[in-house]
Write a protein that binds this ligand. Structure first.
Ligand code: AMP
Length: 222
C-alpha cells in the first residue's frame, strides 16, 4: 500500500534568554533545514548600521535594552513571512517576545515547533559580558571560550572586535528583566499548543543540536 504523506513544513520559533546560545543554534538549524532565518534583532542592527530612519529610532531604544514597539516589529515580521521563501518553513529568532507578537505570528503562519534554550543566570551574565562581535563581518567571539587568535581582532576579516552596546551591564539587566516578565509567559502558551521543546543551553552546541534534530524528526518536520 502506498502511504500518502503530506509534507509539513517546519515553522520554528527559537527562544531563550540572551546568552543561551540561541543565535548560534538558529544559524545552524536554518542552514540544515534550508529555511530562512528571520532574526528581528539582526534586522534592527542592520538598520542602525545603514543609518536608516528606523535605525535611528532603534539605536535609542535597543541600546537601553528596551523593546521596539510591537506595531513596528509585527509589521517587519509580516513582511518577511509573506516573502515566497518563507512559504516552505521558517525559523524566527528573537520573535515573538510577548503575547501580542505571538498572536500576530499565529495569524500569519502558525508555528509548529518551539525550541527553548535555558541557562542559569551566572552563566548568562558570564557569556554576555565576554561576548564580542566583529564590527565588519559580524562574527561572534567569546573572550574566554572562543577567543580570537589576535587580541580584539577578527580572525576572519582582521577588523576590530566590539562589544554590542546592549551587551553592556545596564542594558543586559533590562533585557533579562523583560525576558522574565514578557517573553517567559509564552512558554505556557506553547506548552498548551503541544509544540514546546526545552533544551539545556549550557550543554555543548553540537550536543544540543543533536537533541533538537532528534525531536524535529520525531515530529516529522525533517
Ligand atoms: P536580540 O538580538 O534578539 O537580543 O535583539 C536586540 C534588540 O532588538 C532587543 O533588545 C530589542 O530592543 C530589539 N528587538 C529584537 N527583537 C524584538 C522583538 N521581537 N520585539 C521588540 N524588540 C525587539
Amino acid at each position: 500500500m502506498i502511504k500518502n504523506r503530506i509534507k509539513i513544513y517546519p515553522k520554528i520559533i527559537i527562544m531563550g534568554p540572551q546568552g543561551s546560545g540561541k543565535g548560534t543554534q538558529a544559524e545552524l538549524i536554518a542552514k540544515k533545514l534550508s529555511v530562512p532565518k528571520i532574526a528581528t534583532g539582526e534586522i534592527y542592527r542592520e538598520n542602525i548600521r545603514r543609518k536608516t530612519k528606523l535605525g535611528a529610532m532603534a539605536a535609542r531604544i535597543i541600546n537601553k535594552g528596551n523593546l521596539m514597539p510591537n506595531e513596528i516589529t509585527n509589521g517587519i515580521m509580516t513582511k518577511e513571512l509573506k516573502k515566497p521563501d518563507a512559504k516552505k518553513g521558517y525559523l524566527v529568532d528573537g520573535y515573538p517576545r510577548n503575547i501580542e507578537q505571538a498572536e500576530c505570528l499565529e495569524k500569519i503562519a502558525m508555528p509548529n515547533f518551539v525550541i527553548f534554550l535555558g541557562a542559569r543566570m551566572p552563566i548568562i551574565i558570564q557569556r554576555i559580558s565576554k561576548r564580542r562581535e566583529c564590527g565588519n563581518c559580524k562574527a561572534i567571539y567569546h573572550l574566554i571560550n572562543r577567543p580570537p587568535k589576535k587580541s580584539e581582532i577578527c580572525d576572519k576579516c582582521g577588523n576590530e572586535l566590539v562589544q554590542r552596546e546592549d551587551d553592556k551591564s545596564a542594558a543586559i539587566k533590562r533585557r533579562l528583566q523583560i525576558f522574565q516578565t514578557q517573553t517567559k509567559p509564552l512558554i505556557a502558551r506553547y506548552k498548551k499548543m503541544g509544540i514546546f521543546h526545552s533544551y539545556d543551553g549550557e550543554k555543548p552546541i553540537l550536543f544540543v543540536q543533536k537533541q533538537i534534530f532528534r525531536d524535529l524528526k520525531k515530529e516529522e518536520l525533517i
